[in-house]
Design a protein around this ligand. Structure first.
Ligand SMILES: C[S@@+](CC[C@H](N)C(=O)[O-])C[C@H]1O[C@@H](n2cnc3c(N)ncnc32)[C@H](O)[C@@H]1O
Length: 244
């Protein structure tokens, strides 16, 4: 029964790879139609220890399967030997969250990102800081399984969508660029759209044209740039400090 459900849902659902991804997704309200563990009791003991708030839900969700069955469902086995499928939130629901005003936390925009691991790390950061959402432009799918793995199940804690630059949510655009004004003299408002350039070529001409402010992170002259995800981390941290 579990395998039949899995096979039926695998093409349309999002793979939650490992206990922590499942824990986060459940905690942030994901609909999880099927979840498996090689050792159900061990997974529930982990929940008891690390995530008692979701233990009851996991108890109802998890089905024990033999190790070879589990291994056939995932690209590579996770140390916790837990996997699940979650329903991807509708684009319409995410667009509504992104467009909602007044906004109480920024939207992060990754302008044509190339690295799936960076995108996952940024979604995790956005979730941690309570950002409204993460928008990507360009061809990278922010719901790609590798991005979801990097995001540790936290796609469900923020609104993640791909949009064109022309469709960005409302709000002043603060585009991060080493040539901009020092961030230490700038207060980032809650309705800010914080835009970051691609790992290869920085901000696109289209995004630059849409930017209201160019903002730089402190960096000594001999260094060309920071990694994309660390730039997002510093900027969200700066926003979280408010005007202090
Ligand atoms: C790896 S960097 C891009 C490097 C790229 N080779 C370029 O020409 O800009 C990725 C993005 O991180 C942000 N970033 C990195 N270092 C920054 C800094 N010192 N100040 C502001 N933004 C920075 C920018 O948004 C940048 O487009």
């Amino acid at each position: 029964m579990t395998l039949t459900s899995w096979n039926r849902l695998a093409d349309t659902c999002v793979l939650l790879d490992g206990f922590h991804a499942l824990k986060h997704a459940v905690r942030f309200g994901a609909e999880v139609p099927v979840a498996v563990a090689v050792d159900r009791e061990a997974a529930l003991a982990l929940a008891e220890e690390l995530a008692p708030d979701v233990r009851k839900t996991l108890d109802a969700l998890l089905t024990e399967v033999p190790e070879p069955t589990y291994a056939s469902l995932v690209p590579r086995p996770h140390p916790t030997a837990v996997a699940a499928l979650a329903v991807r939130p509708s684009r319409a629901a995410n667009l509504e969250k992104l467009a909602h005003t007044p906004r109480t936390a920024p939207v992060v925009v990754l302008d044509n990102p190339r690295n799936l691991g960076n995108a996952g790390a940024v979604i995790r950061l956005a979730a941690g800081f309570g950002a409204t959402g993460v928008v990507t432009t360009g061809t990278l799918d922010p719901w790609h399984p590798t991005v979801v793995r990097g995001g540790a199940g936290l796609h469900f804690a923020t609104a993640v969508e791909r949009l064109d630059v022309a469709e960005l949510p409302p709000g002043p655009v603060f585009a991060l660029d080493p040539e901009g004004d020092d961030i230490r003299g700038i207060e980032l408002p809650d309705d800010a759209v914080l835009a970051f350039g691609s790992e290869r070529s920085g901000l696109s001409a289209e995004l630059r044209a849409r930017a209201d402010h160019l903002v730089a992170l402190p960096m000594r002259p001999q260094v060309s740039s920071y990694n994309l995800a660390t730039s997002v981390a510093m900027t969200l941290y700066h926003w979280s400090l408010g005007g202090v």
